[in-house]
Design a binder for this molecule. Sequence first.
Ligand code: PLP
Length: 431
Amino acid sequence: MDFFILVYLPQVGMSRPYLFFDMQLHNSYYQLQGLAITDICNQFGTPLYVYDANTIVAQLKTLQTTFAESHVKVKYAAKALTNISVLKLLKKNGSGIDVVSVNEARLALHAGFDPKDIMFTSNSVGIDEIAEAVDLGVYINLDNLSILEQFGKKYGSSYPCCVRLNPSIMAGGNLKISTGHSQSKFGIPVEQMDQIKALVTHYNIVINGLHIHTGSEIKDVDVFMKMADILFDLAVDFTHVKFLDFGGGFKVAYKKEDAVTDMPKLGQRLNTAFADFNQKHNRNLELWIEPGKFIVSEAGYLFTKVNIVKKNPTITFLGVDSGLNHLIRPMMYDAYHEIVNVSNPTGKEQTYTVVGNICETDTLGADRSLNEVREGDILAFKNGGAYGFSMASTYNSRFLPAEVLVINGEAKLIRQRTTFEDLLHGQIDVI
Ligand SMILES: *Cc1c(COP(=O)(O)O)cnc(C)c1O
């Protein structure tokens, strides 16, 4: 027990004042739900992924409340963070789930999700994997004409499917994370609607939903509304359609000054558009969304230890006990993750470049102003909940970090650090 346990926990489920749930500086200690970060790191070791259950649940509730009028179905995009405990926490709080491989569907079933709450959004997969997902009884979302035809041949009208459309909208500003523009591999271009319709007629395919996911980090409400216009137009012709799925991509802040999706405004406009459409066309369409980042990004942190302070003539490098093997977003997407020196909150600010211990250039943050850093200090990488652990690898034969969930004021280990035996597992020595 620790003094900080006295700082009482915020209520889960209230609308979320931004910093209220964040890692807090309290009496010169950083803490999460009343637990000192340095204690958590001492207990479980570093590098360590830590997730705050309160933030995860609060973010989910924000979406449920924002679109309550439209009876929204939130399908959490599992690929952002697939730990079973996180999946169970979301399920317990009323979330469904979006999966992108049949194995993610199996993980979702393992976590207790009902098949009818699982949406399988595939791309570039063969009919075999689709058939496995059909056998599991989950919703199927198809993203190209070839697989739609194969699906039609195999199932006819006996199993419905949703189609993923590419609306030729550039969203999010970054080509690598934008998926709905005309050069993207994702979705069936809306220009090929006649071919979709021809296949549907020929094979009696039952289209139960229309889907657009234009990519990550969409802050512009107008982009969502453009998607809505396209989906509403098409829904008029597809009379079996029961839901319109707007994908994920709600933007969260990586920097304090970042613009984020204006949820109240989006809620108001989308709810109104839905109600108008349903009334005008006498339909009862459901609104589905598939947020990943929005739910888990800000809830997570990667905590690392500074092994080396290296003062070169022009740059001071901080070498930490992690790298692009554990957090690939900075090198892969030029993503900015805020870094905080948890161990020395009152130290004089200096400029550092934070790098990993991988034999690659793995800059995690360049030219950052941090409170003075000493060897042995703990650095926090913020926004570590989404696409952190789930994209981690054992490159350089380093272990995967452990994962901890802070829930009800307790830090619980939810995944062990991998071991040397794990590195050898599955290898066959033939020499
Ligand atoms: C990745 C993905 C999402 C989630 O995107 P976020 O930016 O994390 O919200 C939703 N739907 C599909 C189909 C995806 O591939």
